[in-house]
Design a binder for this molecule. Sequence first.
Ligand code: GDP
Length: 438
Amino acid sequence: MFDSITGSIKNAVNKIRHKDDVASLKKAITELKKSLLKADVHHKTTKELVTNVELETKAAGIGQDSFLNALKSELTKLLTTEGNQGFVFSSTPPTTILMTGLQGSGKTTTTGKLANYLKTRKKKVLVAACDLQRLAAVEQLKQIAAQIEVDIYFDDNEKDPVKIAKAAQEKATKELYDVLLIDTAGRLAIDEELMAQLKNVKDAVNPDEIFYVADSLTGHDATKTATSFKEQIGIDGVVLSKYDGDTKGGVALSIAHQVGVPLRFIGIGEKMPDIEVFIPDRIVSRLLGLGDIEGLAEKTSAVIDEKKAKEVTKKIKKGQFNFNDFLDQLAMMSKLGSMKSILGMIPGLSGMTGALKDMDFENSSEIRSIKAMIGSMTPKERENPDLMNPSRKKRIAKGSGLSEVQVNKILKQFKNASKMAKKLSSKGGMKGLQNMMS
Ligand code: GDP
């Protein structure tokens, strides 16, 4: 996620060669400044940061460690703005959150992503379709809600978003929802009518928080529009969308500081799981290429069903892992989101470039072939891979559009993999695996 910035930071650190070498510190500072500006970090923010890093490094004694420590503390300071992180729930549910932003910023998608995030963390969520400005917005939210299986409130006969928002809040209160997310209207640019409507909705529902969705691809404009929204209706947090497409990436570093409200979440793809909580310490760790194990653990624990995981482990041990289990595992993987975002959280892999990082696991040709093959199997065959005989294989090949050679190859791979997993899951095997890893 922060690949290019992390790369530049590494370059800057490497400029410092010897202890107490003032000239090399200067070089490192120049490199840092250049790369932050190039990444679109605001010039004022950049200047403040590099000045402080230089002073702190000198005070602690010039060296790579002191430079990194100074950078870590300054980046943390920069990203930490007074206000909340992640979600904060009201003591009297529902927690009402108003989603605002310009048209096309990703507001409706982000509403869905946040609803999905809350749902996977066992919250009862209602989304309300109050964007009556963009023609397809209500329909889009209906589709998203159906996809993530979250309840939605809409009223196709009502033209007044204020009334819809109020009715949604009444429903959420009566039916004991934990969180109500209200998708509001956006415009192509900030205008008075939009602000007036937002103010009316705000006054009617008295939200606990107002989120502003900013498109990171608009660079410095994201900061400007967020500031405008803050001044005119008041916002409690920024959600930066489309960060996956932002090759520069610096907006995330300066937006909170510039606008004066915390950056709460970052959108990193078009799919529903592609959103992350922005927690300054963890982000700094990733910026410095140190990974984010805490974030990874939090992410996996939310989507991995412990009970199911235990059952699968048992099956593997007994050599009973079947094709249905395999499909379950695939579904769980896809809930984790993109491979790119996961790799960035593993220490040592954050700076990784190349094929693996861009791999779309779910849509790789191997996984698609396996899915097609399983799709052509009978329920009994899925439960018991040992049933496979030449005539069944022929039928499956025909049904899935694969050749018999491909079917044979996949079946063989599956068999080998479950044998291997069985071996590794036995006690001696686990030790063997640990030895291998160390
Ligand atoms: P709205 O007008 O603000 O409600 O915008 P939409 O939610 O319809 O989003 C506009 C476009 O941006 C859609 O094509 C979304 O799929 C896309 N989008 C939203 N968030 C992200 C993101 O984090 N990454 C990427 N790549 N696309 C996104």
